[in-house]
Design a protein around this ligand. Structure first.
Ligand code: MSP
Length: 629
């Protein structure tokens, strides 16, 4: 495909203040941007992804002073910590912008000059209540007990002459624009919030700070006694990062611009920015995508509250892909969410280890065991097979639509429904039985399973690129994501296998949070009667199934001359498929107990050493029900 004929996609994150090291909130927004950028790349779009740092304003000066550092040295140091954080989270931005970059400063000067020349910036006196933390004046109605509603600090009365942007002039235009473009601000709750705000008269925006009060900023091109208000400076990054006005990037990507922000900075993005663009004669962006806040316990996370979750710590502890998956799966984009380590572990154990990990492990194990890693050609495709094969294109379509709307949790739910279907399909088609009875049918079933897994691997790539690539390598596929896109899996037969299927280590080892009971050796001697009181018998496992709500337990159906249900903690040690038809020794007269609501009617004997848990067996095939004495 020729480059110029490809569609374009442009995504930005907020540029983060360099008054704090990167934390979970920053990581979330940046990972969301990465997921969407990867998704559009897979879909064949020419994509540009911009992130960076916001380095002017008194907040930053205050932080540098507090750290006892020269401001320039301080902003360089923190900007570097953001720049270094992102590759560790597999962020694939195309450009990292800093508001102290020369190019950016020039663009800000250019926009200011344009708007000034058009008569939309004027000089006036202003007196008001100012919060240093927020870097803004507050009106009396906005105050809380006469204090800043965010920081709850006392406000300074400041009277000064400043430059103002005639924002009020654009109020009607903006209301009309939002009404005519229903998805300009999304999700809808934030669009409604903005429209509600615009029902009150819009005030003009003070866009300067006198140098005697703040010198760390971009000087106004028309008055050297002032620097530019940090928001007027920062918002312009979205076009200076594309080399506005003449850059090829600007021409290609600005018409399709999408921003991602959290609700805290809705007003500057939904109101100041479109008005600024209009005044400068630039088209508005396409979509403003607004998400909620991650909360830890009750309050929001921020440095001042001292409960920062260091993204690198969580990713290091549980694996980067699990971390990325959790953030995108647990938060409903637009709403707030509570972050807890327990919910991350729960997702890791259930969705990732149990559902996806198990699917890949049992499938690759069977293909290696029954077919030496070569996926057999499918024979006749029956109704059962068609049902799952036909679900694949439907899921791809649903997923693409949900991704484009930023409904990530639902896109992942659609993929996991397919994973669940595949696991169930294996349970019902029982390839381990077919391996002994019906090679043709085995071929169809294994081919179906591999087809589903390869689609899943592509769909999860934007979220979990490492896992996707591991699966693709195990399946012997060319790694999708870099060069290959959705089209490679949209049609069943198009995917090329370049090498045999192989088994790999578990994709997501389970995390055990419960404490193991210490095993206390019992040195007491027993007499023969004690031993003879035990009804030990040879058994054969006829069926093994996971137990809902447990990562350790399996429900086994065991033939000991009669059928028994036994619940055993074998899941961490054996794959379900390995247990089928396995011979075991059963303590048959143990009092039944209920585990996770299932009555367990006996116990299976096993030994444990450093290598793990091993089932006790007899040394030759022995009839089920035979007594051990
Ligand atoms: N510098 C401005 C943005 C200028 S953009 C032209 C700024 N910086 S910030 O460092 O405070 O970053 C705010 C953004 O960080 C939020 O909009 C959001 O993207 C992210 N988050 C910070 N804390 C967050 C949570 N607790 N939860 C989710 N995201 C949050 O504002």
């Amino acid at each position: 495909m020729k480059k110029s004929s490809r569609k374009a996609f442009y995504i930005t994150t907020p540029i983060y203040y360099v008054n704090a090291e990167p934390h979970l909130g920053h990581a979330y927004t940046t990972i969301v941007a990465d997921v969407i950028a990867r998704f559009y790349r897979l879909a064949g779009y020419d994509t540009f992804f911009l992130t960076g740092t916001d380095e002017h304003g008194d907040k930053v000066v205050e932080a540098a002073t507090k750290a006892g550092e020269d401001v320039k040295a301080y902003v360089d140091r923190i900007a570097a910590s953001f720049r270094e954080a992102w590759p560790k989270l597999d962020i694939t931005h195309d450009y990292f912008i800093r508001t102290t970059d020369n190019n950016h400063e020039h663009t800000v000067e250019e926009i200011l000059t344009r708007v000034y020349d058009r008569g939309d910036i004027y000089f006036s006196e202003y007196e008001g209540k100012y919060c240093v933390g927020c870097e803004r004046f507050y009106t009396d109605t906005e105050l809380k007990d006469d204090r800043c509603p965010i920081h709850l600090t006392e406000l300074k009365i400041i009277r000064e002459e400043n430059y103002f942007f005639r924002m009020s002039k654009y109020q009607e235009w903006l209301i009309d624009y939002i009404n005519e473009h229903p998805t300009f601000i999304r999700p809808e709750r934030y669009r409604n919030e903005v429209l509600a705000f615009l029902r009150e008269p819009l005030e003009d925006l003070c866009i300067s700070r006198p140098k005697r009060r703040l010198s760390w900023g971009i000087p106004l091109p028309f008055d050297n006694n002032y620097v530019t208000y940090v928001w007027f400076d920062a918002l312009i990054n979205y076009i200076s990062g594309l080399s506005y006005p003449d850059g090829e990037l600007f021409k290609r990507f600005w018409p399709v611009a999408q921003h991602i922000i959290a609700k805290d900075i809705l007003k500057p993005h939904a109101i100041f920015w479109p008005c600024m663009l209009k005044a400068a004669g630039i088209e508005p962006y396409r979509h403003l995508n607004v998400h909620g806040y991650w909360n830890i316990a009750a309050g929001k996370m921020s440095k001042s509250m001292g409960n920062i979750v260091r993204p690198m710590d969580m990713a290091g502890e549980y694996g980067l892909d699990a971390f990325r998956y959790f953030l995108l799966r647990d938060m409903v984009f637009g709403l707030d969410s509570d972050f807890t380590e327990e919910s991350l572990v729960r997702r890791l154990n259930s969705d990732l280890a149990n559902d996806l990990g198990n699917l890949v492990s049992r499938s690759t194990t069977m293909i290696v065991k029954y077919c030496d890693g070569v996926v057999p050609a499918p024979a006749e495709v029956g109704e059962e097979d068609r049902a799952i094969r036909e679900a694949v294109p439907r899921v791809i379509e649903e997923y693409e639509a949900l991704m484009k709307e930023f409904t990530f949790h639902k896109a992942l739910m659609a993929v996991w429904e397919l994973v669940g279907k595949a696991n169930k399909y294996i349970d019902t088609t029982k390839p381990w039985v077919l391996a002994e009875s019906d090679q043709d049918r085995l071929g169809t079933v294994l081919d179906t399973i591999v087809g589903v897994i390869q689609t899943v691997s592509v769909l999860i790539w934007p979220f979990m690129p490492r896992t996707a690539e591991k699966i693709q390598r195990q399946l012997g596929l060319e790694v999708v994501g870099k060069e290959l896109g959705f089209d490679s899996v949209r049609e069943w037969s198009k995917t090329k296998r370049v090498s045999p299927v192989t088994k790999g280590p578990p994709l997501f080892p389970r995390v055990t949070v419960e404490r193991e009971e210490p095993v206390v050796p019992t040195p007491e001697l027993v007499d023969l009667n004690d031993f003879q009181g035990l009804d030990l018998r040879v058994g054969i496992i006829r069926r093994a199934e996971p137990v809902r709500g447990s990562d350790r337990l399996l429900k086994l159906t065991v033939d000991i001359g009669e059928e028994r249900t036994i619940v055993a903690g074998l899941a961490p040690h054996y794959d379900i498929d390995e247990l089928n038809n396995k011979q075991v020794i059963v303590l048959a007269n143990l009092k039944p107990i209920k585990l996770k609501g299932i009555e367990s009617q006996g116990m299976i004997l096993a030994a444990e050493d450093e290598q793990g848990v091993h089932l006790v067996v007899t040394d030759a095939e022995t009839k089920p029900g035979s007594v051990i004495k």
